[in-house]
Each structure stands twice: as structure tokens, then as C-alpha cells.
Design a protein around this ligand. Structure first.
Ligand SMILES: [Zn+2]
Ligand SMILES: [Zn+2]
Length: 203
């Protein structure tokens, strides 16, 4: 029955009105956010709707609010070698400076648009919007960046035998598939038994 929250419902917005805008002031917050969509890379990700826990510390600094966040989440995926399911705990710390939004009445400081001709630079700058900081971008980026592109169940995962699909770790060391046709099986046995003799008689 519960309607699903839209992706951008402000779950990552943090209201900092309790934080005095005086350098040195500090406040801590705890945010529990449902992943707004699948967050990750193709082979491993935090599934949509799964919990992302964020411990946030906001510090007033001269230019804005310095946000430090500890992120906890669990990503699910599968091992690229053996295809076993993987559960990966993500623990990541980020720190971002949210600048106070330049206000009109402070003169012509409307985000220095004339000076910064490179748009990309400007997009990387985060601003305090009113009293809110939006953590969505840095948090989701941090999660994606913490995930392995080629996830493994174990660094030493041996993977699967390409011929039978069994895990190498479950197979005997000498496991192999000499694709021996039934017609040759008998001869192969003979050759091994009589090998040395045949060899000498050929010389
Ligand atoms: Zn594996
Ligand atoms: Zn095999």
C-alpha cells in the first residue's frame, strides 16, 4: 500500500538551522536514508530502498559549513569469477565544504560566473541552500567510488572450471577434462602401459 518515495524527495537534505553560523560551532546528526535507486556499479550495488546510514558532523567555518559524514551501507553483487553472491559492507568517510550561497545584497558575487568559464568547476562547488545542505551527490558518489568494479568473493577466488562450471575449490587438484572420445579411451590406456616398449622398438 505504501507509495514509494520519489527519488528526489529531499531525504538527503540536512537542515542546519541549529548550527550557529559562527566559525567553530559544531553539530552532529544521524540520517537514515533509503537508497533512492540502485547505487553502485554494474556488478555490485546498494539495492534500491536499502538503508544508507549517515553520521554527519557539521562545522561552521568562515566560508560555509564543513560537512564530515561517515557512511554505512551494504552492497550486494556477485563474484566475477565464481558468481557467488557477495555482501560487501561499505564504510566510507567523506568531507565536503558547503559554501554559503552568495547573496544578491552582498554585491555582485553571484557565484562568480564571469570568472569561472569552465562550467565543470562550478558544478563541483557545493552550496548551503538556505539552511539546508544536500548530501545526496557526495554520499552517492562516495558509495559508488568505494565499490570494486570487478567484485570478488575472495581475493584468491579460483573461479569455475570452464568445462564443467564447478568451482575449482571444490574440485580435486588434478581435475581436468581431457575430452577423450570413448573410442580412443582404450587405446590411450594401452599407450600409457606400453609406452616405453613402443618407444624403444621404434628406434
Ligand atoms: Zn568467487
Ligand atoms: Zn571441470
Amino acid at each position: 500500500m505504501a507509495t514509494k518515495k520519489p527519488a528526489n524527495d529531499g531525504a538527503f537534505l540536512l537542515n542546519t538551522h541549529e548550527l550557529p553560523r559562527r566559525a567553530g560551532e559544531m553539530k552532529e546528526y544521524e540520517l537514515d536514508v533509503d537508497a533512492p535507486f540502485r547505487v553502485g556499479v554494474p556488478l555490485i550495488a546498494v539495492p534500491e530502498g536499502d538503508l544508507i546510514e549517515i553520521d554527519v558532523r557539521c562545522e561552521s567555518v568562515t566560508e560555509g559549513i564543513l560537512v564530515t559524514a561517515d557512511i554505512f551501507a551494504v552492497a550486494l553483487g556477485e563474484c566475477i569469477r565464481c558468481l557467488d553472491p557477495i555482501e560487501l559492507e561499505i564504510e566510507r568517510k567523506i568531507q565536503e565544504l558547503y559554501r554559503y550561497e552568495p547573496t544578491d545584497d552582498r554585491g555582485k558575487k553571484s557565484r562568480k560566473k564571469d570568472e569561472e568559464f569552465v562550467d565543470l568547476d562550478e558544478e563541483e562547488v557545493l552550496y548551503v541552500m538556505g539552511e539546508q545542505v544536500n548530501l545526496e551527490l557526495p554520499i552517492l558518489d562516495a558509495i559508488v567510488l568505494s565499490l570494486p568494479v570487478n567484485p570478488l568473493c575472495d581475493e584468491d577466488c579460483l573461479g569455475l572450471c570452464p568445462d564443467c562450471g564447478e568451482k575449482w575449490e571444490n574440485l580435486p587438484e588434478d581435475h581436468q577434462h581431457d575430452v577423450v572420445d570413448a573410442r580412443w579411451a582404450g587405446l590411450a590406456g594401452l599407450a600409457v602401459e606400453d609406452g616405453p616398449d613402443l618407444g624403444s622398438s621404434n628406434i
